[in-house]
Design a protein around this ligand. Structure first.
Ligand code: NAD
Length: 481
């Protein structure tokens, strides 16, 4: 399917944000921005090159000489200003995310509210985090690590940019940011918020470009001390490997294949709507999506029936409609990827309960897929092992609690897990045995002070709260005789 051109609405972006001002791109490559609902070209962005990136790094390095010595109160003040600036533009941030990325409006609004609130959460965490500790003749201070490179994916770009910037600022670091090139329009609104917050020049620099150009320069540049990356496992591994040459500190937030365990005593009236919401959130393009639903064999037929009925409450369609639960995939590539996995699931013997291959009727213009639930899935099938990043749920049956825990942990990922049951003590006991950075009991819960990050291939390090700030700090001990 080819993208369509509608000239009158095309937005042209040719600048990057360096040292507090918008500067024309030195890089010359131009990329089309395609709206996923109808494949219209809605913008063109001129991508940065290595030279743009080096200028941004130099600006961040200059700014660090003063901001690196800022007090807690000075950082807190900036975080409050950022919060106010973002809170004032929630509508615009939401609209940009819906248009450019295609996620359902309700989801986008919630994410953008979180993006505004994360600055206050970081401020609270900063106040709670002692930056100096001493005993006897020893004093330990937590020092900002230096210039931080922040690299984000397309699936909630503005939220990730905010979360990473909030922790970096709280720690006293300056930043060079490479948003996903697929989020260029959203990044303009995000930047308008940053500008409104009136930060010191060079504290926050944003270069829009390709990963293998701008991202690679940030990773290799010796003036960048730390990388905080959210994205795929493959790129995360390359950052860890290439960053070793300059001994980069790294935080890697990578993929997931999260288990969602329904315990025997689960209340299906509550758990099935919640489980579908967890699987289909952000049209399934969510690292924390609960995409393996583990069901006791004794409840399997009831679960199948409940899913078949409840999925009707998760309509796919126009993401601007507040009733829509699933929007289009972000790109043709992502659409093709999801189709390939659905086909693979069928070929490997899983049974399609709802959905299947192809586009939903009436939605042929965009990158829409059918929300799909597979049953009779074995945990060694490809659809149960690999991250699909689309609205595809695999239902896996188990015999007893021990087997559920074993299947849940039998994955190369460990980002998130979910447990549902009426006996909360039992749910807690199961949760404590799951190898995941976060385990949510009976629902989709968030806490911006709780650490976020993964075990195993889901990454290295943690974000949010004091954990997220510590990732940008380096302890220095001063010992007196
Ligand atoms: P991606 O890894 O392709 O790209 C992420 C970012 O890295 C983009 O900005 C990209 O331009 C950049 N990049 C690409 N190559 C690079 C290189 N060589 N050096 C430096 N930067 C480079 O991921 P994506 O397709 O944008 O996003 C989807 C992935 O992100 C999924 O795997 C998903 O699970 C993951 N994700 C993880 C989390 C989390 O918090 N754990 C959250 C959201 C998404």
């Amino acid at each position: 399917m080819k993208a369509l051109i509608k000239k009158d609405t095309i937005k042209t972006l040719t600048t990057h944000y360096i040292d507090g001002v918008f500067v024309e791109s030195h890089g010359r490559e131009v990329m089309d921005i395609i709206r996923p609902t109808d494949r219209q070209i809605i913008g063109r962005v001129t991508l940065a090159d290595e030279e743009d990136t080096r200028r941004a790094i130099a600006a961040a390095k200059r700014a660090f000489t003063s901001f690196g010595g800022s007090t807690k109160e000075e950082r807190a003040e900036i975080l409050r200003r950022l919060h106010e600036a973002f809170a004032a533009r929630i509508d615009d941030l939401t609209d940009a995310m819906v248009e450019e990325y295609g996620a359902p409006a309700v989801f986008c609004r919630a994410m953008m509210e979180s993006a505004a609130n994360i600055f206050l959460s970081a401020e609270k965490a900063l106040h709670e985090l002692p930056l100096t500790r001493s005993w006897g003749k020893t004093t330990v201070t937590l020092e900002p690590v230096g210039v931080a490179g922040l690299i984000t994916p397309w699936n909630a770009n503005s939220f990730f940019l905010s979360a990473k910037l909030a922790s970096a600022v709280a720690a006293g670091c300056t930043a060079v940011i490479k948003p996903s090139e697929l989020s260029s329009l959203q990044t303009q609104v995000w930047l308008a918020c940053v500008q409104a917050a009136n930060l010191p020049n060079g504290l926050c620099n944003v270069v829009i470009g390709r990963g293998d150009v701008v991202g690679a320069e940030i990773v290799r540049n010796p003036d960048v001390a730390k990388i905080s990356f959210t994205g795929s496992v493959a790129v995360g591994k390359s950052i860890m490997r290439d960053g070793a040459a300059t001994m980069k500190r790294v935080t890697l937030e990578l993929g997931g294949k999260s288990p969602n365990i329904l315990l025997e005593d689960v209340d299906l009236d509550k758990a099935i709507p919640t489980s579908l919401a967890i699987a289909l959130m952000n049209s399934g393009q969510a690292c924390v999506a609960g995409t393996r639903l583990l069901v006791p064999k004794t409840r399997l037929s009831a679960v199948k029936e409940a899913i078949s009925e409840t999925i009707l409450n998760f309509p796919v369609g126009d993401p601007t409609n507040p009733k829509t639960a699933v929007g289009p995939m972000v790109t043709q590539k992502q659409y093709d990827r999801v189709q390939t996995y659905i086909r693979k699931g069928i070929e490997e013997g899983a049974e399609v309960l709802v959905g299947g291959e192809g586009r939903p009727r009436g939605l042929e213009a965009g990158y829409f897929v059918k929300p799909t639930v597979f049953v009779n899935v074995k945990n060694d099938m490809t659809i149960a092992r690999e991250e699909i990043f689309g609205p595809v749920l695999s239902v896996i049956a188990y015999d007893n609690e021990d087997e559920a825990i074993r299947i849940a942990n039998d994955t190369s990922f460990g980002l998130h897990a979910y447990v549902n049951g009426t006996d909360v003590a039992r749910a807690r006991r199961v949760a404590s045995q799951l190898l995941a950075g976060r385990v949510a009991i009976n629902g989709l819960v968030d806490d911006q002070q709780a650490p976020f990050g993964g075990f195993k291939n889901s990454g290295v390090g943690r974000e949010f709260g004091t954990y997220g700030i510590e990732a940008f700090l380096e302890p220095r001990a001063i010992l007196e005789s």
